[in-house]
Design a protein around this ligand. Structure first.
Ligand SMILES: *Cc1c(COP(=O)(O)O)cnc(C)c1O
Length: 461
């Protein structure tokens, strides 16, 4: 369709245009993502087994590779209305500053107190737990956005919320912790001595600042050892990508209104949930042969699961209590350098995205943190929004692609996900502003060391 209408700075959808269903990308994949395996038997996890850890409806969604559209329950839909539809912004000011003929759009997910897209899945997960009659949920949080999102969702639904927060973040981001407590969550720095697995890790690595993998193990143990609790996870899982599809559905609806088709779609990738959500409807068209898009996952050079990891079954957590997932991974014992400030530090990647990447349907690239913060500041100064460091990985590559267009004169349309705001990341910004931030790239040896500890899976690894 030809572009006829002038495109406004912000494209807002009407409240009535909020998607009423999530889109399950897996339904359009010919080769499905590899199933989660029971680490004891090596067999695919059954619904009953998954339901011990996750609440049942979410376990169903986790296993559902076939239902294309899933209704968004009304209570979740009502909650979404508080901060959705989220705006799609045409980055006119950034385009002008770069002097590029490229047309840049970003989908902004930072318009809520959690400051990120994570609320889209938090409310869904808290809702299904409540519907099952549970008392509460346990989880881990790294940078703090997921914990905040979940505490907001639990407060809304009157559920108990227990958050294991990676110790370095707990210490670096005291205000994040207070936001969670303000919403009624109980926050524990991880590793802690409140769980067996936490005590074991503390014994092995005294003084460790913790990791996401380790906080996950603690949160899972806390869930299965308390009556009426289940564990919830803010990324990586199929169910989370499903809930996040609301990002892509809205972005596509907004672009369709103006007859715009992106050439390049860019998102940062930690566990893959925002990227999986943003690309969902576009990737669906690609899988069905209806359209083609260049899709780029951006990860930090210090934690490069796609670009330097291996596609294999691995543990999702350090304590090896979770099911095995086949994914691009650096090994569950991989610990990113403590000097790494930009988030996205999970060792693995969504198995849905891993399968798509393995099939060559998307690309991945890695960027170093000083260049990420340079892009963040350039963006903040012209577009106003102070971006989260995670989101700034996508900004970096969007700017780089726009600058390539400047060289070639191509008028490409670029869409990227601006997943959140960075108000709680000022320690990292301060480091950057003081010229004290450095780049860290793990050696091949570092990566080989943690990959050597991948679990042995008959017929697989
Ligand atoms: C959690 C988070 C990410 C990364 O997680 P994904 O699951 O890869 O999307 C990116 N940006 C922000 C702001 C986040 O909070």
């Amino acid at each position: 369709m030809a572009q006829t209408k002038e495109i406004p700075y912000k494209i807002y959808l009407e409240e009535s245009e909020l998607p009423k269903q999530w889109y399950n990308l897996r339904a359009d994949m010919k080769k499905k993502p590899a199933p989660l395996l029971n680490p004891g038997t090596g067999q695919p996890m059954t619904l009953d087994e998954l339901s011990v850890v996750f609440c049942r409806e979410l376990a169903k969604q986790e296993l559902d590779n076939d239902t294309k559209f899933i209704d968004i329950p009304d209570e979740i839909y009502q909650f979404y209305k508080m901060y959705r539809p989220a705006p799609l912004v045409r980055a006119y000011f950034l385009e002008r500053a770069l002097g590029t003929p490229a047309k840049i759009y970003y989908k902004f997910e930072g318009n809520n107190t959690s400051g990120s897209h994570k609320l889209n899945s938090a409310i869904a997960q808290a809702y299904y737990a409540k519907k099952q009659g549970l008392k509460g949920v346990t989880t881990e949080t790294g940078a703090g956005q997921w914990g905040t999102a979940l505490s907001m969702a639990c407060a809304f639904l009157n559920m108990d919320c227990q958050v294991y927060m990676v110790k370095v973040s707990y210490e670096q981001k005291p205000f994040r912790r207070e936001v969670m407590r303000t919403y009624g969550a109980k926050v524990t720095p991880s590793p802690s001595n409140t769980t067996n697995v936490g005590r074991k890790i503390l014994e092995q690595f005294p003084g460790t600042g913790g990791s996401l993998g380790c906080a996950i193990s603690e949160a899972v143990e806390a869930a299965v050892s308390q009556e009426g609790y289940r564990y919830v996870l803010g990324s990586v899982l199929n169910q989370v990508l499903l809930h996040q599809s609301v990002i892509g559905l809205e972005a596509k609806a907004a672009l369709d209104k103006y007859g715009v088709k992106p050439d390049i779609i860019i998102g940062c990738a930690g566990g893959g949930s925002n990227l999986g959500g943003l690309i969902a409807p576009f990737m669906g068209e690609k899988l069905r042969g209806e359209a083609d898009y260049r899709i780029i996952a951006v990860e930090p050079a210090s934690c490069p699961s796609f670009t330097r990891g291996t596609y294999a079954y691995d543990f999702c957590d350090t304590g090896a209590v979770c099911p095995l997932a086949k994914m691009y991974t650096l090994g569950s014992t991989f610990m990113p350098s403590p000097n790494h400030a930009g988030g996205l530090r999970y060792h693995g990647m969504s198995s849905t995205l891993s399968e798509l990447y393995d099939q060559g349907l998307m690309e991945a690239t890695s960027v170093e943190q000083t260049s990420v913060f340079a892009a963040a500041e350039q963006f903040a100064r012209v577009e106003g929004i102070l971006p989260a460091p995670e989101s700034s990985h996508a900004i970096r590559v969007a700017i780089d692609e726009a600058l390539k267009c400047k060289e070639t004169g191509e008028e490409k349309t670029i869409l990227f996900g601006l997943t959140g705001t960075g108000y709680f990341d000022m320690v990292a910004y301060e480091k950057y502003n003081n010229g004290e931030m450095s780049d860290y790239i793990p050696t091949d040896e570092d990566i080989a060391k943690s990959l050597a500890k991948l679990p042995k899976v008959p017929g697989e690894n």
